[in-house]
Design a protein around this ligand. Sequence first.
Ligand SMILES: [Zn+2]
Length: 342
Amino acid sequence: MRKLLPTSTAGSLPKPSWLAEPEKLWSPWKLEGDELLEAKQDALRLSLQEQQHAGIDIVSDGEQTRQHFVTTFIEHLDGVDFEQRETVRIRDRYDASVPTVVGAVSRQKPVFVEDAKFLRQQTKQPIKWALPGPMTMIDTLYDNHYKSREKLAWEFAKILNQEAKELEAAGVDIIQFDEPAFNVFFDDVNDWGVATLERAIEGLKCETAVHICYGYGIKANTDWKKTLGSEWRQYEEIFPKLQQSSIGIISLECQNSRVPMDLIELIRGKKVMVGAIDVATNNIETPEEVANTLRKALEFVDADKLYPATNCGMTPLSRQVARGKLHTLSAGAEIVRRELLA
Ligand SMILES: [Zn+2]
């Protein structure tokens, strides 16, 4: 990225109310068939325009084309039965009814490649596309076939790699894998989690990122955060392994989080997407608050490797709040950019 401190969002943006019920995860679509397809593309265009008006440098589809960041990808694969549901504990935190793995998993056709091509046609700016990471995928399913979290993760990594290569060919500049599960299952991350992620990016020439956060601003997550004490040191367990990995960018939650900023020292050398916008509150940060977070991060990240971003996706927020937060992210980054260039 040529521009200093290029801004981006971690992922999702709110959907218009004519597409899906707003401020809600897993919100069902309001249309179907061709009407739905057209509506998703219209929403993508709006979401892109909101990012552009706010001055966001690396744009995305705002995840307008998916109902959920993990399940929509899985819905397109063979081997998973969405009718057969079991209740499992997700990220060791909350129970959810999830689909069952009933046979070998495979991808018969591309999942998001057409959507990515559509986004590519709309803009010349760098574009980022998000996929779920292998560990977060297995954590959102009941496995009645492989009976091994690790085996299933390796299978998903292969499938993700197929999709990622086609996204790259479609003109995506940064492919991001969302791995909130990395903040929970530390031993697995170190044993095979990072390795499966490296399998997912094997052979890619575009930039790659992993997004690790404390989750959307939903109650299960905010309640969990309350139990984590005054310092959140989860990243400490996995950063050394990630520092040595082939993944290019690491996306973190830093705004209003209790993550000690100096943990970033453990990934020195990597590009870091620093979350400078809290997605768990409707309060819109001031540009100066955003700038402060970025200044603190600059003690541990070289300026040419710092990418200002949001803590996580903004799907659960209102469009108005999300819009305000995008503008303030740009304004805050601009303050620090000027300081660096002065
Ligand atoms: Zn997140």
